[in-house]
Write a protein that binds this ligand. Structure first.
Ligand code: SF4
Length: 337
């Protein structure tokens, strides 16, 4: 079997609550944080980063936190991220923050500017009512636009993403117009993954024919090379599926004691072994496709999502019980495609 090269390590602490309850949450946010005490996680991350720099210098190692950015000491948290060399110290995802009025949004953006945040990202799920329902919070749509206005005032550029499904595609043109007028530097249309609660969106996965609802301007915001129909992928599967992996070390209330007693390299190698055991428990893509593939399927997928979809069907059919490295609340991995 081909061995997969680890390219990066992300150490995360999911200790900060989110104020949304999105329908497709990758992290299956249910109101309870799974992370550990902040200072403890920072101390451990610092040690692990140092040890991995010495033992595995080829790796990029970073530290992040979630679920949302609503850290009780946000300024200090950003400074810590910067000290640890985290990309999150420059680029923030702004969904799921606590509700703020205009003035509070301005204060937040001033703080971001003082802390040298260079880019922001907002995910918008549809027009106002649809977005609020999808995000599980009334007023969230207006709140995002208050933050966008405040970001413009202080001069922080922002980008936006729209997850598109059969349900909201008809509103995509109108929404991209609204986002352009709000000053979004770039808008990306993407198809939501099937991981975490994203599985619930499977019945409304976009199909080829739905793209006819998009104007040519909106179509340019959608990467047709990345998203192809199932039939297209099965006709010409990509040669090299797994080109590398990111190892995720999740510092959780239930693992921190153990991780603190160990060195970073042994934790990393153990997690790499979990990744390999997980993928070895499944047949390869082509075999899965023979069993579960729809050779006339016109639903649109990224290859990574289609592979995940087949693995889920296989796991359900065979009642497979294997440690799930794709559950991003746990230590695990993300393979690149
Ligand atoms: S904002 Fe992000 S973390 Fe929060 S519920 Fe939505 S998808 Fe999950």
């Amino acid at each position: 079997m081909k061995s997969i090269r680890t390219k990066s390590v992300m150490i995360q602490n999911l200790c900060v609550p989110c104020f949304n309850h999105c329908r497709y949450c990758l992290l299956s946010w249910d109101g309870k944080t799974v992370g550990t005490e902040w200072e403890r996680s920072v101390r451990l991350a610092e040690r692990y980063i140092q040890e991995l720099k010495e033992k595995r210098p080829e790796l990029t190692v970073s530290f992040s936190f979630g679920y949302s950015m609503e850290h009780p000491e946000l300024r200090k948290a950003i400074q810590t991220l910067r000290r640890l060399g985290s990309p999150m110290a420059e680029f923030l995802q702004c969904d799921g923050l606590a509700m703020r009025d205009e003035e509070q949004c301005r204060a937040l953006m001033r703080l971001f500017r003082e802390e040298r945040i260079r880019n922001l990202n907002f995910t918008v799920y549809g027009l106002k009512d649809y977005h609020d329902r999808f995000a599980g919070r009334r007023g969230d749509f207006d709140f995002l636009f208050r933050m966008m206005r405040a970001a413009r005032e202080v001069g922080i550029p922002f980008r936006t993403g729209i997850p598109i499904t059969r349900e909201n595609i008809k509103d995509a043109d109108e929404l991209t117009g609204i986002l352009k007028r709000a000053g979004s530097a770039a808008i990306t249309l993407f198809i939501p993954h099937e991981e975490g609660r994203g599985k619930s969106l499977n019945p409304i996965r976009l199909r080829q024919e739905d793209l006819s609802f998009l104007s040519s301007a909106s179509l340019r915001m959608f990467n047709r090379n990345l998203y192809r129909t199932e039939a297209d992928w099965l006709r010409s599967p990509p040669g090299d599926m797994d080109t590398g992996r990111m190892i995720l070390l999740s510092l959780r209330a239930d693992t921190i004691d153990l991780y603190e007693k160990r060195d970073a390299l042994s934790v990393l190698e153990e997690t790499e072994a979990l990744d390999e055991a997980y993928y070895a428990a499944f047949p390869g893509f082509e075999e899965l496709a023979k069993e579960y593939g729809d050779y006339a399927g016109d639903s649109l997928y990224r290859i990574r999502d289609l592979h995940h979809h087949y693995r889920s069907l296989f796991a359900a059919e065979h009642c497979l019980s294997v440690y799930d490295v794709t559950d991003e609340r746990l230590s695990g991995s993300r393979r690149y495609y």
